[in-house]
Design a protein around this ligand. Structure first.
Ligand code: ADE
Length: 250
C-alpha cells in the first residue's frame, strides 16, 4: 500500500516512520510512505503557505493554492485515491475506519495546521475528513501517524505472527483480556494457573471470557455491537448475576 502525506513538517513524521514495525513494513515493500513538504508547492520567493483569515479573527489559515498544487503533483492523474484531511471536524477514527482505509491501494493524507484550511480545500479537494478524537491538536501530523500506524498493521504480512491483528482489542469488537509472560511468579503475583496448563481449548475459552469481562467492566457499550455467541451471552448473564448478588449483599 502507498500512503502519501502532505505536511509542513515532514521531519515530525520521519522519525516515527523510521522505526520498528513501520520501518520493517517499508523495507519489505509492504508499505510505501512518501512525505511531501507543503512549502515546496507554495509559489513566490517566500513560499507562503498560510495567511490570516478573511473577515478577521485570530490565527492563520492554510492557503488553498499550495494544497491544490501538492495534491495534483502527488496524484499525477491517478484516479480514485482517497484524499483525507486530518481535522478535529472529521468523522471519528476507529478500528472499522482503519480497516476501510487498509482496503485501499493508495491514500493521500493532508495535515492541517493552525486554525485550519481554506474551506475550498474541504469542498473541492478532499474526499474524506478524519478526526482521531474529540480534542484539538496543534496540527494533523500526529493524527496522520495514528492513521498510518493503525492501517499499516492491518496490511497482510506487516505483523509477524499470523493473525495477530485479528485478536487485538477492538478487532473482535471487544477489548482484549490480560496477557502474561515469564516469570510465572513475580513478587507475590502468580500467572493464572489455566494459562500454564497447556490446555488449548480451556485457554481459548478463558481468554474469551476475560475479554468479555473486561469489555463489560470498562466499555459496556461495545457489547451492543460486538458479534456474540450464545455462550458469550450466557457468560455475560453470569457476570450480571454476580454483580446483582454483590449489590444485594451490601
Ligand atoms: N488536527 C487537530 N486536531 C485533530 C484531531 N483531533 N484529529 C485529527 N486532526 C487534527
Amino acid at each position: 500500500m502507498r500512503i502519501d502525506i502532505v505536511t509542513l513538517f515532514p521531519e515530525m513524521l520521519s522519525g516515527y516512520l523510521g522505526h520498528s514495525i513501520l520501518q520493517r513494513a517499508q523495507a519489505a515493500d509492504l508499505l510505501d510512505v512518501r512525505l511531501h513538504n507543503l512549502r515546496d508547492y507554495a509559489a513566490g520567493k517566500h513560499h507562503v503557505t498560510d495567511e490570516p483569515p478573511f473577515g478577521g479573527g485570530g490565527g492563520m489559515v492554510l492557503k488553498p493554492e499550495p494544497l491544490f498544487a501538492a495534491v495534483a503533483a502527488v496524484l499525477a492523474g491517478a484516479a480514485d485515491v482517497p484524499v483525507v484531511l486530518l481535522t478535529p471536524q472529521g468523522r471519528l477514527f476507529s478500528q472499522p475506519v482503519a480497516a476501510e482505509l487498509a482496503a485501499q491501494s493508495r491514500l493521500l493524507l493532508l495535515c492541517g495546521r493552525y486554525e485550519g484550511v481554506d474551506e475550498r480545500v474541504r469542498q473541492y479537494l478532499v474526499t474524506d475528513e478524519i478526526s482521531i478524537g474529540d480534542y484539538v491538536l496543534t496540527g494533523g501530523e500526529l493524527a496522520a501517524l495514528v492513521v498510518v500506524d493503525a492501517v499499516a498493521r492491518l496490511l497482510p504480512g506487516v505483523l509477524g505472527a499470523e493473525g495477530a491483528a485479528e485478536t487485538d482489542s477492538h478487532a473482535t469488537g471487544l477489548l482484549e483480556g490480560p496477557h502474561y509472560t515469564r516469570p510465572g511468579q513475580f513478587r507475590t503475583w502468580p500467572v493464572p494457573e489455566i494459562l500454564r496448563s497447556g490446555h488449548a481449548a480451556n485457554i481459548a475459552r478463558w481468554r474469551r471470557q476475560q475479554a468479555l469481562r473486561r469489555t463489560w467492566q470498562r466499555r459496556p457499550e461495545l457489547l451492543l455491537t460486538a458479534p456474540l455467541t450464545d455462550e458469550d451471552r450466557y457468560y455475560l448473564a453470569i457476570l450480571a448475576e454476580e454483580r446483582a448478588g454483590a449489590l444485594r449483599g451490601r
